[in-house]
Ligand binder design. Sequence first.
Ligand code: FE2
Length: 379
Amino acid sequence: MSKENVTYSGKKIFGEAEDFLPIHGTDYVELYVGNAKQAAHFYKTAFGFQSIAYAGLETGRKNSVSYVLQQDKIRLVLTSPLAADGPINAHINAHGDGVKVIALWVDDAEKAWKETTSRGAKSYFPPQKEEDEYGFVVRSGIHTYGETVHIFVQRKQYDGCFLPGYRSWDSDYKPSEVGLRFIDHMVGNVGWGEMNKWCEFYAKVMGFAQLVSFDDKDISTEYTALMSKVMSNGTGRVKFPINEPAKGKRKSQIEEYIDFYNGAGVQHIALATNNIIETVTELRARGVEFLRVPEVYYDTVLNRVGEIDEELEPLKALNILIDRDDEGYLLQIFTKPVLDRPTMFFEIIQRKGAQSFGKGNFKALFEAIEREQQERNTL
Ligand code: FE2
């Protein structure tokens, strides 16, 4: 089998990813939610997503409704059931609102399904052609951690607004975008002792390679700990860090997630921006809530990360975190959970060379999360 000679930011920094599953990037992320209409309003108003497509009773669907939103390359699908007792209801009952589908854009969805299922992936559905007057797509799906699935989307012969079965959704209500550009990475939380199993899944079944790993010495505070490995496809466009809880004096934030989500699932979606100061200023003005690190973080941060292009004051005022690696630096901030249960949240990230994940911020960040856990009585 041929192997891709992986380079990342010009340097070969992780093992060999295999090229049997070329992926262009994330096609869409679908959340199963209790009220898709209201969730769509939230993502438009608070995060600046735009209305793209719709499917529901008016388009011939009987049992569910989906709203499709987009901002630059980020596409969200929000789906709710229209009747009782279906699989979407069961998902929401078990997990609350959460990510069901991480869809990946490929050139050949049949090959993607064959390559992954022949390597041990459990099929979600076999390749199927879906068509309408705008052409056709081929989609196929496999299961990953928890009840989360990957759907492979082949869309080069399709010209419609999203997928066959959807109609374009033109809304008069168009809050402006906030500068979110693409999905930088999506993190999965898995149960005790399951991190390696799922990293091996991404290596063996999908040909991903391991980028970095963090153990409980890297990611622990006085009270709580977790472990993490980052898996990446050959181009580095799709990156899936996988976390598992680790033993500490108190309950790990990963364990809290697993308790409330009832199993493994997507913990956070990191969205990239070219100007984090403008983006976060706008998000805050629209009511998005972020974790706060103490002001003392900013007393010493420049000693740690060295010179940066931005003024420190606006970063401090917005509570944006800074970290540096061999290749540059990055700016990042984390929202509080955006759902009722303390499960999924978003990260906003601006990379200025750095290809890492903010290891230098872990301690300050996890102490901020612990303060929130304390308030929820879940620490
Ligand atoms: Fe992240």
